[in-house]
Ligand binder design. Structure first.
Ligand SMILES: Nc1ncnc2c1ncn2[C@@H]1O[C@H](COP(=O)(O)OP(=O)(O)OP(=O)(O)O)[C@@H](O)[C@H]1O
Ligand SMILES: [Mg+2]
Length: 259
């Protein structure tokens, strides 16, 4: 279920613009890894290469290798749709399909990839995914109501349920709590802590406390200046990154002495 992610010399372009350069990183299965760094350093860009979402933009491309366990997801024989079913993504703003019911939102991944489920199979998928996202008790009596009728924090957990419903190996989260209140944020953080028993979780966050609370490893990205590529500066145990980083730039960033 949970897969290792290994990027080798990864360069990420938007047309001629090299946005992220030379990333080498090895992310353990069944762990939470945080990506931190200043705005524009390429956290989202790099994250989106991990499930081949980057290349959906015209002119966007990737060089290098990205291994999921031992398979290069950028191999020409690999279908990006398959990659996206193995590597799920949760976005900054909760984005349930507004007119779809809660139930159909959870099943959306199956509809998209054309898998037919019997009623009892789909009931089971819905219940398991909502329980996995810690949302079942709050919604079990209104599964046929629209997803948009939930609070922001509930909607984000619904999006997590939708992601885990298709049983991915990896879950990517891009600032999943930035639109949420502190209570919902804690609920998502608790959930991330549980998800790591089953999945490889990668989370982008601007919240240092959050990175320190939820992740085992932290990757610090930075840019040398406007127009320059973002780079992975330091990647280590989260406790080390926040208490005793090896690089001066990391120390300046995590201690708030930046720019
Ligand atoms: N669609 C795009 N086309 C061209 N350049 C882009 C595009 N999206 C992002 N970029 C550029 O790529 C670089 C990295 O952007 P990215 O969004 O990955 O940064 P980030 O670290 O996620 O920032 P933030 O913390 O603000 O979300 C920036 O210079 C940005 O302007
Ligand atoms: Mg971003």
């Amino acid at each position: 279920m949970s897969k290792r992610i290994n990027a080798i010399d990864l360069n990420v372009y938007y047309g001629d613009f090299l946005a992220v350069e030379g990333v080498n990183i090895d992310i353990e299965p069944r762990s939470v890894t945080a990506f931190i760094g200043p705005s524009g350093c390429g956290k989202t860009t790099f994250l989106r290469t991990l499930n081949r979402m980057h290349e959906v933009l015209p002119g966007a491309r990737v060089e290098g290798q990205l291994l999921l366990d031992d398979d290069n997801i950028y191999d020409t024989a690999v279908d990006p749709v398959t990659v996206r079913s193995m590597v799920g993504m949760v976005f900054q703003r909760p984005n349930p399909f507004p007119t779809m019911s809660i139930r159909d939102n959870v099943l959306a991944g199956y509809k998209l990839n054309g898998t037919r489920l019997s009623r009892s199979q789909s009931d089971q998928v819905v219940e398991e995914a909502l329980k996995g996202a810690n949302l079942w008790n709050e919604v079990k009596d209104r599964l046929d109501k629209p997803g948009s009728g939930l609070s922001g924090g509930q909607q984000q957990r619904l999006c997590i349920a939708r992601t885990i419903a298709v049983k991915p190996d990896v879950i990517l989260m891009d600032e999943p709590c930035s639109a949420l209140d502190p209570i919902s944020t804690l609920a998502i953080e608790d959930l991330i802590n549980e998800l790591k028993d089953t999945y490889t979780v990668v989370i982008v966050t601007h919240n240092m406390q959050q990175a320190a609370r939820v992740s085992e490893k932290t990757a610090f990205f930075n840019i040398a200046g406007t127009g320059k590529p973002g780079k992975l500066i330091e990647y280590d145990e989260t406790t080390k990154i926040f208490s005793n980083p090896s690089k001066k730039d990391t120390e300046n960033y995590v201690s708030g002495r930046f720019g």
